[in-house]
Write a protein that binds this ligand. Structure first.
Ligand SMILES: [Zn+2]
Length: 100
């Protein structure tokens, strides 16, 4: 019956896990990936290479990290707000399927 296919293995054996505004998990993960501390560290490292002071690099890193989070949040919401979340029972991958 279902026309929904796993984008990874093309299996139709999928289970809906959530629908609509269930993005909180994604953002938690994202913010863990792009934490200010990590961006500060990255910025400081880049600043060292560019010959700037680590403090300046850290500040730049935090700003860039914040922009990245906001931009990806916007892109994600634009697409995934009308999507349902599915779990493929074949390959255990999670994916989102936009409603028609
Ligand atoms: Zn699959």
């Amino acid at each position: 019956m279902s026309l929904i296919q796993c984008p990874y293995c093309k299996s139709g054996n999928v289970k809906q896990t959530a629908s609509g505004n269930s993005n909180s998990n994604y953002f938690e993960q994202l913010q863990r990936c792009i934490s200010p501390a990590q961006m500060a560290l990255l910025g400081a490292r880049l600043a060292k290479k560019a010959g700037l002071s680590p403090a300046a690099g850290a500040a730049v890193g935090v700003v860039i990290g914040g922009v990245l989070v906001v931009v990806s949040q916007y892109c994600f919401e634009a697409y995934y707000n009308q999507a349902d979340q599915y779990l493929c029972l074949g390959c255990r991958q999670h994916f989102a399927w936009a409603k028609p």
